[in-house]
Design a protein around this ligand. Structure first.
Ligand code: ATP
Ligand code: MG
Length: 348
Protein backbone atom coordinates (compact mmCIF):
# COMPACT_ATOMS: atom_id res chain seq x y z
CA UNK A 1 0.00 0.00 0.00
CA UNK A 2 1.39 3.39 -0.89
CA UNK A 3 2.17 5.93 1.83
CA UNK A 4 2.26 9.61 1.15
CA UNK A 5 4.56 11.89 3.11
CA UNK A 6 4.10 15.65 3.24
CA UNK A 7 7.48 17.37 3.11
CA UNK A 8 7.63 20.80 4.74
CA UNK A 9 11.26 22.02 4.55
CA UNK A 10 10.56 25.44 6.10
CA UNK A 11 13.34 27.98 6.64
CA UNK A 12 17.03 28.38 7.47
CA UNK A 13 18.80 25.03 7.44
CA UNK A 14 15.40 23.31 7.02
CA UNK A 15 15.63 22.78 3.24
CA UNK A 16 19.26 21.54 3.43
CA UNK A 17 18.64 18.92 6.10
CA UNK A 18 15.25 17.81 4.79
CA UNK A 19 16.76 17.22 1.36
CA UNK A 20 19.17 14.70 2.90
CA UNK A 21 16.43 13.00 4.95
CA UNK A 22 14.32 12.60 1.81
CA UNK A 23 17.33 11.08 0.02
CA UNK A 24 17.61 8.55 2.85
CA UNK A 25 13.88 7.78 2.67
CA UNK A 26 14.15 7.27 -1.08
CA UNK A 27 16.99 4.84 -0.47
CA UNK A 28 15.09 2.68 2.06
CA UNK A 29 12.00 2.96 -0.14
CA UNK A 30 13.89 1.28 -2.99
CA UNK A 31 15.63 -1.23 -0.76
CA UNK A 32 12.51 -2.40 1.11
CA UNK A 33 9.94 -1.60 -1.59
CA UNK A 34 7.88 0.57 0.79
CA UNK A 35 5.78 2.43 -1.80
CA UNK A 36 6.56 5.87 -0.36
CA UNK A 37 5.56 9.02 -2.21
CA UNK A 38 6.31 12.64 -1.38
CA UNK A 39 4.44 15.92 -1.65
CA UNK A 40 6.25 19.23 -1.15
CA UNK A 41 4.62 22.00 0.85
CA UNK A 42 5.30 25.35 2.50
CA UNK A 43 5.41 26.39 6.14
CA UNK A 44 6.92 29.24 8.14
CA UNK A 45 8.75 32.11 6.49
CA UNK A 46 8.69 30.31 3.14
CA UNK A 47 4.88 30.28 3.30
CA UNK A 48 4.75 33.92 4.43
CA UNK A 49 6.82 34.91 1.38
CA UNK A 50 4.56 32.93 -0.97
CA UNK A 51 1.12 33.39 0.59
CA UNK A 52 1.38 36.08 3.27
CA UNK A 53 0.74 33.62 6.11
CA UNK A 54 2.86 30.94 7.83
CA UNK A 55 0.48 28.05 7.07
CA UNK A 56 -2.50 28.29 4.75
CA UNK A 57 -5.70 26.37 5.49
CA UNK A 58 -5.22 24.51 2.19
CA UNK A 59 -1.72 23.45 3.25
CA UNK A 60 -2.99 22.26 6.62
CA UNK A 61 -5.72 20.24 4.95
CA UNK A 62 -3.28 18.72 2.45
CA UNK A 63 -0.95 17.70 5.29
CA UNK A 64 -3.83 16.04 7.15
CA UNK A 65 -4.61 13.94 4.07
CA UNK A 66 -1.09 12.48 3.96
CA UNK A 67 0.08 9.55 6.10
CA UNK A 68 2.72 11.60 7.90
CA UNK A 69 4.56 14.92 7.79
CA UNK A 70 8.31 15.53 7.74
CA UNK A 71 9.27 19.06 8.72
CA UNK A 72 12.59 20.94 8.75
CA UNK A 73 12.43 24.07 10.87
CA UNK A 74 10.81 27.50 10.73
CA UNK A 75 11.80 31.09 11.37
CA UNK A 76 14.70 33.44 10.89
CA UNK A 77 15.74 37.09 11.18
CA UNK A 78 14.01 37.97 7.89
CA UNK A 79 10.58 37.56 9.55
CA UNK A 80 11.42 38.73 13.10
CA UNK A 81 9.87 42.16 12.61
CA UNK A 82 6.47 40.83 11.58
CA UNK A 83 3.51 41.09 13.89
CA UNK A 84 3.07 38.22 16.31
CA UNK A 85 0.16 36.55 14.52
CA UNK A 86 1.98 36.14 11.22
CA UNK A 87 5.35 35.03 12.55
CA UNK A 88 6.75 31.77 11.09
CA UNK A 89 6.39 30.01 14.48
CA UNK A 90 2.62 30.50 14.26
CA UNK A 91 2.66 28.01 11.38
CA UNK A 92 4.04 25.36 13.71
CA UNK A 93 1.47 26.08 16.40
CA UNK A 94 -1.28 25.98 13.77
CA UNK A 95 -0.27 22.62 12.33
CA UNK A 96 0.16 21.11 15.81
CA UNK A 97 -3.24 22.23 17.04
CA UNK A 98 -4.93 21.83 13.63
CA UNK A 99 -3.92 18.18 13.41
CA UNK A 100 -4.44 17.55 17.15
CA UNK A 101 -0.79 16.61 17.71
CA UNK A 102 -0.89 16.57 21.50
CA UNK A 103 1.92 14.10 22.20
CA UNK A 104 5.49 15.20 21.61
CA UNK A 105 8.02 12.38 21.89
CA UNK A 106 11.65 13.39 22.23
CA UNK A 107 14.21 10.66 22.70
CA UNK A 108 17.55 11.74 24.13
CA UNK A 109 20.04 9.06 23.21
CA UNK A 110 23.77 9.36 23.60
CA UNK A 111 25.56 7.51 20.87
CA UNK A 112 28.64 5.93 22.47
CA UNK A 113 30.70 7.34 19.58
CA UNK A 114 29.78 10.87 20.73
CA UNK A 115 30.43 10.52 24.48
CA UNK A 116 33.21 13.11 24.20
CA UNK A 117 30.90 15.71 22.67
CA UNK A 118 28.58 15.71 25.72
CA UNK A 119 28.80 18.52 28.25
CA UNK A 120 28.80 15.94 31.05
CA UNK A 121 31.35 13.37 32.20
CA UNK A 122 31.30 10.13 30.17
CA UNK A 123 30.36 8.00 33.23
CA UNK A 124 27.31 10.20 33.88
CA UNK A 125 25.95 10.01 30.32
CA UNK A 126 27.38 6.93 28.59
CA UNK A 127 24.53 4.67 27.49
CA UNK A 128 21.96 7.39 28.13
CA UNK A 129 18.59 6.54 26.57
CA UNK A 130 15.62 8.52 27.84
CA UNK A 131 12.34 9.53 26.28
CA UNK A 132 10.63 12.78 27.16
CA UNK A 133 6.89 12.83 26.48
CA UNK A 134 5.70 16.43 26.39
CA UNK A 135 2.06 17.55 26.18
CA UNK A 136 1.99 19.86 23.17
CA UNK A 137 -1.42 21.41 22.60
CA UNK A 138 -2.45 22.62 26.07
CA UNK A 139 -1.13 24.10 29.29
CA UNK A 140 0.10 27.63 29.76
CA UNK A 141 1.13 28.06 26.10
CA UNK A 142 -2.51 27.90 25.03
CA UNK A 143 -4.53 28.78 28.17
CA UNK A 144 -6.99 31.68 28.11
CA UNK A 145 -7.24 34.42 29.27
CA UNK A 146 -3.83 35.73 28.32
CA UNK A 147 -2.36 39.09 27.46
CA UNK A 148 -0.95 42.31 28.81
CA UNK A 149 -3.43 44.63 30.53
CA UNK A 150 -3.21 48.06 32.11
CA UNK A 151 -4.19 48.25 35.76
CA UNK A 152 -6.15 51.10 37.35
CA UNK A 153 -2.95 52.69 38.58
CA UNK A 154 -1.64 52.76 35.00
CA UNK A 155 0.86 49.96 35.56
CA UNK A 156 0.94 47.19 32.99
CA UNK A 157 0.43 43.55 33.98
CA UNK A 158 1.19 40.46 31.92
CA UNK A 159 -0.80 37.28 32.51
CA UNK A 160 -1.20 33.72 31.23
CA UNK A 161 -3.36 30.85 32.34
CA UNK A 162 -2.13 27.38 33.16
CA UNK A 163 -4.98 24.94 32.52
CA UNK A 164 -5.33 21.20 31.91
CA UNK A 165 -8.54 19.22 31.82
CA UNK A 166 -8.68 15.60 33.00
CA UNK A 167 -9.12 14.30 29.46
CA UNK A 168 -6.09 16.21 28.20
CA UNK A 169 -3.99 14.79 31.03
CA UNK A 170 -5.32 11.29 30.54
CA UNK A 171 -4.49 11.02 26.84
CA UNK A 172 -0.88 12.20 27.22
CA UNK A 173 -0.50 9.96 30.29
CA UNK A 174 -1.66 6.95 28.29
CA UNK A 175 0.83 7.75 25.52
CA UNK A 176 3.58 7.82 28.15
CA UNK A 177 2.47 4.62 29.93
CA UNK A 178 2.33 2.81 26.58
CA UNK A 179 5.80 4.08 25.66
CA UNK A 180 7.23 3.03 29.05
CA UNK A 181 5.70 -0.41 28.59
CA UNK A 182 7.72 -0.87 25.37
CA UNK A 183 10.93 0.33 27.05
CA UNK A 184 12.30 -0.29 30.55
CA UNK A 185 8.92 0.06 32.26
CA UNK A 186 9.72 3.19 34.27
CA UNK A 187 7.65 6.36 34.06
CA UNK A 188 8.45 9.57 35.92
CA UNK A 189 5.75 12.24 35.88
CA UNK A 190 7.06 15.75 36.39
CA UNK A 191 4.90 18.48 37.94
CA UNK A 192 4.88 21.29 40.50
CA UNK A 193 2.11 19.88 42.68
CA UNK A 194 3.44 21.63 45.79
CA UNK A 195 2.55 25.01 44.26
CA UNK A 196 0.26 24.66 41.23
CA UNK A 197 -3.25 23.19 41.55
CA UNK A 198 -3.37 22.32 37.87
CA UNK A 199 -0.53 19.90 38.48
CA UNK A 200 -2.20 18.47 41.60
CA UNK A 201 -4.89 17.30 39.17
CA UNK A 202 -2.16 16.12 36.78
CA UNK A 203 -0.71 13.93 39.54
CA UNK A 204 -4.15 12.58 40.51
CA UNK A 205 -4.91 11.48 36.95
CA UNK A 206 -1.55 9.71 36.61
CA UNK A 207 -2.14 7.87 39.91
CA UNK A 208 -5.65 6.89 38.86
CA UNK A 209 -4.39 5.33 35.61
CA UNK A 210 -1.38 3.57 37.11
CA UNK A 211 -3.23 0.35 38.13
CA UNK A 212 -4.11 -0.19 34.45
CA UNK A 213 -0.38 -0.45 33.72
CA UNK A 214 0.89 -2.81 36.44
CA UNK A 215 4.02 -3.48 34.37
CA UNK A 216 5.02 0.21 34.58
CA UNK A 217 6.57 1.68 37.71
CA UNK A 218 5.22 5.23 38.15
CA UNK A 219 7.00 7.91 40.16
CA UNK A 220 6.45 11.67 40.58
CA UNK A 221 9.00 14.46 40.73
CA UNK A 222 8.81 18.24 41.09
CA UNK A 223 10.11 20.05 38.03
CA UNK A 224 12.89 21.89 39.87
CA UNK A 225 14.23 18.61 41.21
CA UNK A 226 13.78 16.98 37.79
CA UNK A 227 15.94 19.68 36.18
CA UNK A 228 18.62 19.01 38.77
CA UNK A 229 18.41 15.21 38.49
CA UNK A 230 18.54 15.41 34.71
CA UNK A 231 22.01 16.92 34.80
CA UNK A 232 23.18 15.14 37.98
CA UNK A 233 22.18 11.54 37.20
CA UNK A 234 20.19 11.38 33.95
CA UNK A 235 20.39 7.61 33.62
CA UNK A 236 17.86 7.20 36.48
CA UNK A 237 15.14 8.11 33.95
CA UNK A 238 13.47 5.94 31.34
CA UNK A 239 10.31 7.79 30.24
CA UNK A 240 9.49 11.27 31.57
CA UNK A 241 5.99 12.72 31.04
CA UNK A 242 5.17 16.36 31.66
CA UNK A 243 3.15 19.36 30.51
CA UNK A 244 3.88 21.71 27.66
CA UNK A 245 6.12 24.31 29.31
CA UNK A 246 8.06 22.01 31.66
CA UNK A 247 8.53 19.63 28.73
CA UNK A 248 9.87 22.42 26.54
CA UNK A 249 12.52 23.28 29.09
CA UNK A 250 13.45 19.76 30.22
CA UNK A 251 13.73 18.43 26.69
CA UNK A 252 16.18 21.18 25.71
CA UNK A 253 18.24 20.34 28.80
CA UNK A 254 18.11 16.63 27.95
CA UNK A 255 19.22 17.51 24.43
CA UNK A 256 22.44 19.04 25.69
CA UNK A 257 23.29 15.86 27.63
CA UNK A 258 23.74 14.12 24.33
CA UNK A 259 26.31 16.52 22.96
CA UNK A 260 24.48 18.08 20.08
CA UNK A 261 21.05 19.34 19.34
CA UNK A 262 21.85 18.31 15.76
CA UNK A 263 21.35 14.64 16.71
CA UNK A 264 17.89 14.69 18.27
CA UNK A 265 14.68 13.73 16.47
CA UNK A 266 11.11 14.27 17.60
CA UNK A 267 7.62 13.02 16.87
CA UNK A 268 4.31 14.76 17.50
CA UNK A 269 1.36 12.39 17.39
CA UNK A 270 -2.41 12.55 17.52
CA UNK A 271 -4.95 9.95 18.68
CA UNK A 272 -4.88 8.04 15.39
CA UNK A 273 -1.10 7.64 15.33
CA UNK A 274 -0.74 10.24 12.59
CA UNK A 275 2.37 12.26 13.23
CA UNK A 276 4.57 15.16 12.37
CA UNK A 277 8.30 14.48 12.56
CA UNK A 278 10.97 17.12 12.93
CA UNK A 279 14.39 17.66 14.45
CA UNK A 280 14.40 19.15 17.98
CA UNK A 281 16.59 22.02 16.85
CA UNK A 282 15.48 25.22 15.17
CA UNK A 283 16.26 26.80 11.81
CA UNK A 284 19.80 27.79 12.86
CA UNK A 285 19.96 30.97 10.76
CA UNK A 286 23.60 31.47 11.83
CA UNK A 287 24.73 28.50 9.71
CA UNK A 288 21.98 28.36 7.05
CA UNK A 289 23.06 28.00 3.44
CA UNK A 290 26.61 26.94 4.30
CA UNK A 291 26.08 23.19 3.89
CA UNK A 292 27.49 22.46 7.34
CA UNK A 293 24.31 21.67 9.33
CA UNK A 294 23.98 18.23 10.87
CA UNK A 295 21.21 16.35 9.03
CA UNK A 296 21.14 13.39 11.46
CA UNK A 297 18.33 14.72 13.69
CA UNK A 298 16.12 15.00 10.62
CA UNK A 299 17.21 11.62 9.26
CA UNK A 300 16.46 10.06 12.67
CA UNK A 301 13.08 11.85 12.65
CA UNK A 302 12.36 10.14 9.34
CA UNK A 303 13.20 6.82 11.01
CA UNK A 304 10.76 7.61 13.85
CA UNK A 305 8.14 8.39 11.21
CA UNK A 306 8.56 5.00 9.60
CA UNK A 307 8.29 3.31 13.00
CA UNK A 308 5.48 5.22 14.71
CA UNK A 309 3.15 6.38 11.92
CA UNK A 310 3.85 4.11 8.96
CA UNK A 311 4.48 0.84 10.80
CA UNK A 312 7.70 0.17 8.87
CA UNK A 313 9.95 -0.82 11.76
CA UNK A 314 12.45 -2.75 9.68
CA UNK A 315 13.23 0.25 7.49
CA UNK A 316 13.46 2.45 10.61
CA UNK A 317 15.99 0.05 12.13
CA UNK A 318 18.01 0.19 8.92
CA UNK A 319 18.20 3.99 9.03
CA UNK A 320 19.23 4.02 12.69
CA UNK A 321 21.89 1.38 12.03
CA UNK A 322 23.20 3.47 9.13
CA UNK A 323 23.50 6.54 11.38
CA UNK A 324 25.46 4.52 13.89
CA UNK A 325 27.73 3.23 11.12
CA UNK A 326 28.45 6.75 9.88
CA UNK A 327 29.48 7.70 13.42
CA UNK A 328 31.62 4.53 13.69
CA UNK A 329 33.45 5.66 10.58
CA UNK A 330 34.34 8.89 12.36
CA UNK A 331 32.37 11.12 9.99
CA UNK A 332 31.17 14.28 11.76
CA UNK A 333 29.53 17.55 10.88
CA UNK A 334 31.10 20.54 12.66
CA UNK A 335 28.66 20.54 15.62
CA UNK A 336 29.74 17.05 16.76
CA UNK A 337 33.32 17.18 15.56
CA UNK A 338 36.07 16.12 17.95
CA UNK A 339 39.77 15.67 17.29
CA UNK A 340 40.76 12.72 15.15
CA UNK A 341 37.43 12.57 13.29
CA UNK A 342 36.76 13.53 9.69
CA UNK A 343 34.76 16.71 9.19
CA UNK A 344 32.06 16.35 6.52
CA UNK A 345 29.35 18.54 5.00
CA UNK A 346 25.59 18.13 5.31
CA UNK A 347 25.34 16.40 1.94
CA UNK A 348 28.38 14.18 2.52
P1 ATP B 1 14.26 27.84 17.91
O1 ATP B 1 13.70 29.01 18.61
O2 ATP B 1 13.63 27.57 16.58
O3 ATP B 1 14.38 26.63 18.79
P2 ATP B 1 16.95 28.54 18.49
O4 ATP B 1 17.56 29.82 18.06
O5 ATP B 1 16.56 28.34 19.89
O6 ATP B 1 15.75 28.24 17.52
P3 ATP B 1 18.47 26.64 16.95
O7 ATP B 1 18.00 27.21 15.68
O8 ATP B 1 18.19 25.22 17.21
O9 ATP B 1 17.95 27.38 18.22
O10 ATP B 1 20.03 26.92 17.05
C1 ATP B 1 20.75 26.90 18.27
C2 ATP B 1 22.23 26.69 17.96
O11 ATP B 1 22.44 25.34 17.56
C3 ATP B 1 22.73 27.55 16.82
O12 ATP B 1 24.04 28.00 17.06
C4 ATP B 1 22.69 26.62 15.63
O13 ATP B 1 23.65 26.94 14.66
C5 ATP B 1 22.99 25.28 16.26
N1 ATP B 1 22.30 24.19 15.51
C6 ATP B 1 20.97 23.95 15.50
N2 ATP B 1 20.69 22.92 14.69
C7 ATP B 1 21.85 22.49 14.18
C8 ATP B 1 22.21 21.45 13.25
N3 ATP B 1 21.31 20.64 12.69
N4 ATP B 1 23.52 21.31 12.94
C9 ATP B 1 24.44 22.10 13.48
N5 ATP B 1 24.18 23.09 14.35
C10 ATP B 1 22.90 23.29 14.71
MG1 MG C 1 14.93 27.06 20.94
Amino acid sequence: MSKKIMILPGDGIGPEIVEQAVAVLETVDKKFDLGLSFEQGLIGGAAIDAHGEPLTDAQLEAAGKCDAVLLGAVGGPKWDQLERHIRPEKGLLKIRSGLGLYANLRPAILYPQLAEASSLKPEVVSGLDILIVRELTGGIYFGEPRGIRTLENGEKQGFNTYVYSESEIERIARTAFEAARKRKGKLCSVDKANVLEVTVLWREVLDRLAPEYPDVELSHMYVDNAAMQLVRAPKQFDVVVTGNMFGDILSDAAAMLTGSIGMLPSASLNETGFGLYEPCHGSAPDIAGQGIANPLATILSAAMMLRYSLNLGEAADAIEAAVSKVLDQGLRTADIYTEGCKKVSTAE
